[in-house]
Write a protein that binds this ligand. Structure first.
Ligand code: LAG
Ligand code: CA
Length: 452
């Protein structure tokens, strides 16, 4: 079963990183559905090691759907609630490895484990021992090593073995039986594409697949190898976009995407930042960049390349810091703008999801740039965005949109609902033009779904 690019008319994904299931469910109802997000990506749901850092989620000890984010019943009810709100669910699936603790322990739900023994699930013969120092990956120039050694000490599964493939498929099929719609395949680079294909072939029904393959210059394993299985995360997108915003020119974005050597649009999954890049990739734009971050997301949502994911973070001071949790380690309910950034709710970003949906399928036309930090383009007949990232306002200019004449809500500064706009209204004349001032580091966006 294949399904590249999220299905449906609403394709934008919100990544509610480390949210608990109860909070994901209410967010689907209150915000994701109403704002037009089509999908929510949730953090790994399986049983994990017990510690406070966020990354415990990436150290499975069994495939019980019990984690600090909630119980199996809460997970199931979250999936149902999201579906009722018109939002499909993508699970972050950790399939390359198990835990990385050197000392034996007990997992979140009580399962005993040691580094290479997970009673009832895997035993020592199910893991790779690559024979390099510490069994650790050190040379990303060596394909075999990257796929057969350990990523940061995480016990590396023999994904070539029939037993391991069946066990992984059983886990994913369990999630599908609960209604899950797709999987983010964690650490895909560390598994041969053929192993992922073999696991996918065992799935009980079709599911959206997006694979995490971090592009590395000169590395033998490339994102392109994985496109036969489904979508692939294009890590160059967020890096290049940050560089353009921070130190280059927005004018360079006129051919952003394939023109920059990125993956083919139809299989590319993009984001401004994700949970790893916001911590570990210096220079990427994050919630800390506030207005510029919002503008970068607005560009991503307006620009028809790839399938966009909007990141939603909790506030962190150091890279290992876990999400807000209670004294027994359960993740607390999300409180937006207090301990949690909720970027997906920022008005600019949330309103641009509506722009994405209204302009789906329309090409880019009427590109304009001033050679530097002021750009504009239309999505043929459907929408128009202009971004001014100069340090000065652009005043008294007219923009050719090609849009039908009418009064449109500027969704960067206002929210459209029930036929009214809470912000400025832009009037497009009979010839498709409007005149407006765009302040420094600001934007204007209009689309046919927010026409008064
Ligand atoms: C991923 N994609 O390929 C995840 O997106 C990424 O967040 C995961 O790393 C990684 N692969 C493994 O699934 C995260 C943290 C690591 C953390 C690891 C395992 O970025 O820092 O490692 O999850 O929890 C931590 C310690 C290591 C230690 C390891 C094992 O940082 O020092 O060796 O745990 O105990
Ligand atoms: Ca591996």
């Amino acid at each position: 079963p294949a399904a590249a690019a999220p299905a449906g008319t609403k394709k934008v994904i919100a990544n509610l990183f480390e949210w608990n299931w109860t909070s994901v469910a209410s967010e689907c109802q209150s915000t994701l559905g109403p704002k037009g997000y089509g999908w929510v990506q949730v953090s790994p749901p399986q049983e994990h090691v017990r510690r406070s850092e966020w990354w415990v989620s990436y150290q499975p000890v069994s495939y019980r759907i019990e984690s600090r984010k909630g119980t199996r019943a809460q997970f199931t009810s979250m999936v149902d609630t999201c579906h009722a709100a018109g939002v499909k669910v993508i699970v972050d699936a950790v399939v390359n490895h198990m835990s990385g603790q050197d000392t034996p322990g007990t997992g979140w739900a009580g399962s005993s484990f040691s580094h290479y023994d997970y009673p009832g699930t895997y035993q020592s013969q199910d893991f790779h021992y690559c024979g390099r120092p510490g069994n650790e990956i050190s040379n990303y120039g060596d394909r075999w090593e990257v796929q057969n050694c350990e990523l940061v000490n995480l016990a590396d599964l023999k994904t070539e073995s029939e037993y391991v493939r069946s066990r992984l498929a059983a886990y994913l099929n369990d999630l599908l039986s609960l209604g899950v719609d797709g999987f983010r395949m964690d650490a895909s680079k560390h598994m041969p594409a053929a192993d992922i294909a073999a696991i996918k072939a065992k799935l009980s029904r079709s599911a959206y697949i997006v694979q995490e393959v971090i592009y590395g210059a000169g590395e033998p394993i490339t994102p392109n190898e994985y496109t036969g299985n489904g979508d692939v995360h294009e890590f160059r997108y967020g890096k290049d976009l940050a560089r353009v915003f921070r130190s280059e020119r927005l004018a360079y974005l006129r051919n952003f995407g394939e023109g920059w050597g990125h993956l083919p649009s139809s299989v590319s999954a993009v984001f401004v930042d994700n949970h790893d890049t916001q911590r570990d990739f210096g220079g990427v734009l994050t919630y800390n960049d506030r207005g510029i971050y919002a503008l970068a997301n607005a560009f991503m949502l307006a620009w028809p390349y790839g399938s966009p994911t909007v990141m939603s973070s909790y506030t962190f001071g150091n890279r290992d810091q876990g999400p807000p949790q209670d004294s027994s380690g359960r993740t607390l309910n999300t409180t937006c703008y207090s301990g949690w950034e909720c970027e997906h709710r920022w008005p600019v970003i949330a309103n641009m999801v509506g722009f994405r949906n209204a302009t789906e399928g329309a090409g880019v036309a009427n590109w304009y740039d001033n050679g530097y930090q002021h750009i504009a383009f239309s999505r043929t007949g459907k929408g128009y965005l202009t971004v001014n990232d100069e340090d000065f306002a652009i005043t008294g200019r007219s923009y050719y949109t090609g849009l039908p004449a009418g009064r449109y809500c500027d969704v960067i500064h206002g929210t459209y609902s029930n036929g009214t706009c809470s912000g400025p209204v832009i009037t497009v004349d009979a010839n498709g033009w409007f005149a407006a001032t765009v302040p420094a580091h600001d934007a204007i966006a209009i689309h046919v779904g927010a026409r008064l």
